[in-house]
Write a protein that binds this ligand. Structure first.
Ligand code: GLU
Length: 316
């Protein structure tokens, strides 16, 4: 299969472009173990539906999946508890608030507004607890979609999350009090922290994104890994809520369904074309990776990946 020279060159240029912004970001410190990340690490990977892999920079570097796991938690919740049960506990509207905000649980309604914020992911993790082996099943799902059987837990980050997880515990207890959670708050947050602490690289995430881009079917094998109705829900929520409270800006400037995590990863999926992922631990004030954001922005602009490409938008 032929390598696409335009993708190769654009990826190299995207990395150079993104590097010029890295100094503007800061590594997450609220989970002490994340503070050890190097802000100048930058990696990216694009996998096209014809199976070609384009990797650049620190593509082999592992980092914790963090909030990108929320897409997998939603998938597993829909698979184990079904549509009605999941969406009786969590809504689908963007919040405009920070990912770890508690405020809407009191003022808007008791249900978290969507599965891509912490409160919503804790509610979907609760649905996953109905599986016989939630940890094992979640790991198996992640390994299958990322196409790597050696994906494992970063134990140090997991312990650090547990120690620093007061806000998440508060949300879980509020939701247990309101009968949104069906299991004990401590058990649910434990699963939630564990899900966030799996160690991945950009190639893993690009593989996963490729399956989403191809509506659940691995284009390389023809195997159906996910049902298309689940993929549709996940990608829709990635568009509206995947980039924290910068989801609107990202939709306008980049126009790729994406999910971001405070470990520095961003995963993006381009309909029927490619899965992509980028990594850089320096974050902007909203929690999105500065370098990864810029890589995706550049690729979108110069490869015409915006879902409404043809419209005029500029890389600022
Ligand atoms: N485990 C992190 C937390 O709950 C996830 C944050 C994120 O990536 O947005 O604080």
């Amino acid at each position: 299969m032929a390598r696409n020279e335009l993708i190769e060159k654009t990826l190299t240029d995207a990395m150079n472009y993104a590097r010029t912004f890295l100094h503007t970001g800061k590594v997450a410190t609220y989970i002490p173990e994340l503070a050890k990340g190097y802000p100048d690490k930058l990696g990216a990977c694009v996998i096209t539906t014809d199976g070609e892999i384009y990797s650049a920079g620190d593509w082999h570097q592992e980092f914790t999946i963090q909030s990108i796991s929320k897409t997998l938690t939603l998938i597993m919740a829909l698979q184990t508890a079904g549509y009605d049960r999941v969406f009786s506990k969590v809504g689908v509207e963007p919040t405009g608030d920070a990912f770890n905000s508690l405020v809407r649980l009191e003022t808007k309604n008791t249900h978290p507004l969507n599965p891509m914020i912490n409160a919503g992911a804790i509610a979907t993790a609760d649905c996953c607890m109905n599986s016989k082996d939630p940890f094992g099943d979640f790991l198996a799902l992640t390994r299958k979609l990322c196409r790597r059987n050696t994906i494992h837990l970063d134990e140090a980050v997991f312990q650090s999350e547990k120690k620093a997880g007061m806000r998440n515990r508060s949300m879980a207890y509020l939701m247990q009090g309101d009968n949104i959670l069906e299991h004990d708050a401590e058990d649910v947050v434990d699963l939630y922290f564990w899900m966030c602490s799996l160690s991945v690289n950009v190639e893993d995430l690009a593989n996963y994104a490729l399956i989403l881009a191809n509506n659940g079917v691995d284009p390389r094998t023809g195997e159906t890994l996910l049902e298309d109705w689940i993929v549709r829900i996940v990608k829709t929520l990635m568009v509206t809520c995947g980039m924290y409270d910068a989801s609107g800006e990202f939709a306008m400037k980049v126009g790729i369904p994406a999910k971001s995590g405070v470990g520095g990863g961003i995963m993006g999926t381009v309909e029927r074309k490619m899965g992509l992922a980028a990594f850089n631990p320096a974050l902007d004030p909203k929690g999105n990776s500065v370098g990864a954001y810029r890589v995706l922005e550049y690729l979108s602009h110069y490869l015409g990946l915006h879902y409404f490409s043809g419209s005029s938008y500029t890389v600022s």
